[in-house]
Write a protein that binds this ligand. Structure first.
Ligand SMILES: NC(=O)c1ccc[n+]([C@@H]2O[C@H](COP(=O)([O-])OP(=O)(O)OC[C@H]3O[C@@H](n4cnc5c(N)ncnc54)[C@H](OP(=O)(O)O)[C@@H]3O)[C@@H](O)[C@H]2O)c1
Length: 407
């Protein structure tokens, strides 16, 4: 039994190893001009619908890029074989799994380069043309994920099969050039998120309920930000602006603390729950093209109050309702939906918060670049355990007891 476990672990480990080699070869190809001259053929092949622009370029690209890439994988795939063999490790020959796995890619590249019909359909799954039927995947690279490497930012989304290297390198999401809108923009966290987005080369748009343009203090110079004034209950007026937004960060919120009268119940749910849901649904309506499916996202700041007391019952109730509705709606969301699960940070809403909004904003962006879909930033270690469990089981429960269509 232990031998079988060892053999399976060895084989899978060496397949992961050659995939890591592939991704680093790819990164090198984008950062070393001598290699990029060959790799560039791969980028010249496709139009934005993943249709080859010419059969000649298509075939050449395989000889200049895919064949050498597979040979490098095979070369590095033999190194563990030699090491295990020289140490006389039992079953060392199973270490050849990485080499054999890579050789399939070599054969596929040779067949495609030779122009054998239909080979692309069988051996090149991430470059098929046509409408995207899924969203960018989290772990195994699919077409929308890889599309972003070709048409969003070539200096990101390097992974070819497993998203491991992108996650470790923080290249699983590129903010460069993306138009990012933030609600609650004049608030403590809103300002810090806008600053860090700007430093990450995003085009920032502030959505504020205060009738005042936002200017960021960027350590020595003032940066005026395009500011759109909006009002809870009139979210539909934003539709034309949302069409132009790539990433919408729904961050506005209130905390009525110890109040419990009907006015405060209404206000808490209206601001924290319903206006956020309306904005999310409105944003979903803007997703139409392959590019939208691959690049548009919505991030929703629900708070760790989803699973923990915040010593403010109406805040908890309204944020939990928001969190639960987001869990339900993201089962069918037409774009990536991320939740921000934040612990207490110092702000107008929470003057006794422990973390700083600046640090929280940095952690959010760091996690987003690793493509975390539930971004937990807190000093409470229990949340890292409770929240994923709650999210998993609630999502499963919603999936079992609800239907996508009304009929
Ligand atoms: N501070 C914490 O400990 C903590 C912890 C977890 C989660 N959060 C969440 O983080 C988000 C940002 O909070 P913050 O701590 O930075 O608080 P903040 O400084 O008070 O910012 C909240 C912002 O929300 C907007 N807002 C407030 N009332 C509104 C209304 N009626 N209609 C529309 N927008 C309204 C305002 O921005 P505009 O005037 O620009 O619209 C306000 O500045 C909130 O969703 C909050 O629940 C906070």
């Amino acid at each position: 039994m232990t031998d079988i476990v060892f053999i399976i672990t060895l084989c899978l480990g060496l397949i992961v190893w050659v995939e890591i080699v592939r991704d680093f070869y790819h990164i090198l190809a984008h950062n070393w001009q001598a290699l990029y001259r060959f790799h560039n053929w791969h980028h010249r092949v496709f139009n934005s619908n993943f249709n080859p622009v010419s059969q000649e370029i298509y075939r050449k690209a395989h000889w200049y890029n895919d064949v050498p890439e597979a040979l490098v994988m095979m070369f590095f795939g033999t190194i563990p074989v030699i090491i295990l063999w020289s140490f006389n490790v039992d079953y060392w020959w199973f270490a050849e799994s990485g080499f054999f796995y890579s050789s399939f890619f070599l054969l596929g590249a040779i067949f495609r380069g030779s122009g054998l019909p239909n080979m692309d359909k069988i051996t090149d799954l991430t470059h098929h043309p046509g409408q995207f039927s899924s969203l960018p995947a989290q772990w195994f690279i699919n077409r929308p994920y890889h599309w972003r490497h070709h048409f969003d930012n070539q200096k990101a989304y390097y992974s070819g099969t497993l998203a491991l290297v992108d996650k470790v390198m923080g290249t699983a999401l590129s903010l460069k050039g993306k138009t990012v809108g933030v609600t609650g923009a004049s608030g403590t966290l809103g300002i810090e998120i806008l600053k860090i987005l700007h430093l990450n080369q995003a085009k920032i748009v502030a959505f504020s309920s205060k009738n005042k343009s936002i200017t960021l203090d960027m350590n020595g110079y003032d940066l005026p930000v395009k500011t759109l004034i909006w009002e809870v209950g009139k979210e539909h007026e934003l539709i034309n602006e949302l069409l132009k937004i790539d990433i919408l960060i729904i961050n506005h919120g209130i905390n009525v603390n110890s109040k419990r009268s009907i006015e405060f119940i209404k206000e808490s749910y209206e601001v924290n729950t319903f206006s956020s849901c309306r904005l999310m649904e409105l944003f979903f309506q803007t997703i139409k093209t392959n590019r939208d499916k691959a690049c548009k996202e919505v991030w929703i700041n629900t708070s760790e109050a989803e699973v923990m007391p915040a010593f403010s019952p109406l805040y908890e109730l309204s944020k939990r309702a928001l969190g639960n509705l987001v869990t339900l709606r993201r089962l069918d969301a037409p774009c990536i939906v991320r939740k921000l699960i934040l612990g207490p940070f110092k702000s107008k809403l929470n003057p006794i918060g422990i973390m700083s909004a600046n640090w929280v904003a940095k952690q959010i962006i760091k996690n987003v670049k690793k493509d975390c879909r539930n971004i937990i930033v807190t000093i409470n270690p229990v949340i890292f355990l409770i929240f994923p469990l709650k999210e998993f089981f609630q999502s499963l429960y919603f999936k079992i007891f609800t239907y996508k269509n009304s009929n």
